[in-house]
Design a protein around this ligand. Structure first.
Ligand SMILES: C[S@@+](CC[C@H](N)C(=O)[O-])C[C@H]1O[C@@H](n2cnc3c(N)ncnc32)[C@H](O)[C@@H]1O
Ligand SMILES: [Zn+2]
Length: 169
């Protein structure tokens, strides 16, 4: 399945280098809580295609001596979005443990939506929602006060705390 979607660019963002990692997405103007910022677009692909593409993207990053940038968005249990297209600026949004945006699925369209007011010039971030499995492979450099140290869905934070406590005993 290879359906292409073109980005609805609402003109609210720009891409530039980020303190968190590589490039990031920044607000070009004040964005109000609840506002749509940008749609995450790309080819709809199967999980099998997704694994192959992710591996290729990791190898490409290694060749360019960058740390693994993978542009795959998990759509549902069957399909993902291959976001590695020039017209998908949302692919540059970094993860934060204290994000100012979230992703919302509106009938299969993934929107990045502000969860609080965002000032002009602020980096736009959301929680990638990664699972606990292999969490140590995904160190977080978001720099926020409550950074848990790993790119991890918030629902796993208590589990992480428990594991850290057990290790320190
Ligand atoms: C979709 S890319 C985000 C854009 C990326 N900064 C770039 O320049 O291509 C996802 C990758 O960015 C990096 N990344 C995003 N958020 C991060 C964070 N909070 N801490 C460390 N690395 C992060 C990880 O390597 C992750 O696999
Ligand atoms: Zn963090």
């Amino acid at each position: 399945m290879t359906k292409k979607r073109i980005a609805k660019n609402l003109g609210k963002i720009k891409v530039k280098s980020s303190k968190i990692h590589g490039r990031g997405v920044y607000a070009k103007k004040h964005i109000k809580k609840g506002e749509k910022i940008i749609e995450y677009v790309g080819r709809i692909i199967t999980k099998k295609q997704s694994e192959e593409i992710a591996e290729r993207q990791i190898q490409k990053s290694k060749r360019k001596k960058k740390r693994g940038a993978v542009y795959i968005f998990e759509l549902n249990k069957r399909y993902d979005i291959d976001g590695d297209t020039p017209w998908n600026k949302a692919k540059y949004i970094n993860h934060s443990c204290s994000p100012n945006a979230e992703t919302v699925d509106e009938d299969g369209h993934i929107w990045i939506i502000a969860i609080r007011d965002i000032q002009k010039g602020e980096e736009i971030t959301y929680n990638y929602g990664y699972s606990f499995e292999n969490y140590k492979d995904h160190q977080c450099k978001c720099g926020s006060e409550n950074c848990v140290g790993y790119i991890l869905a918030e629902k796993y934070w208590p589990l992480l705390k428990k594991e850290k406590n057990n290790l320190s005993r």
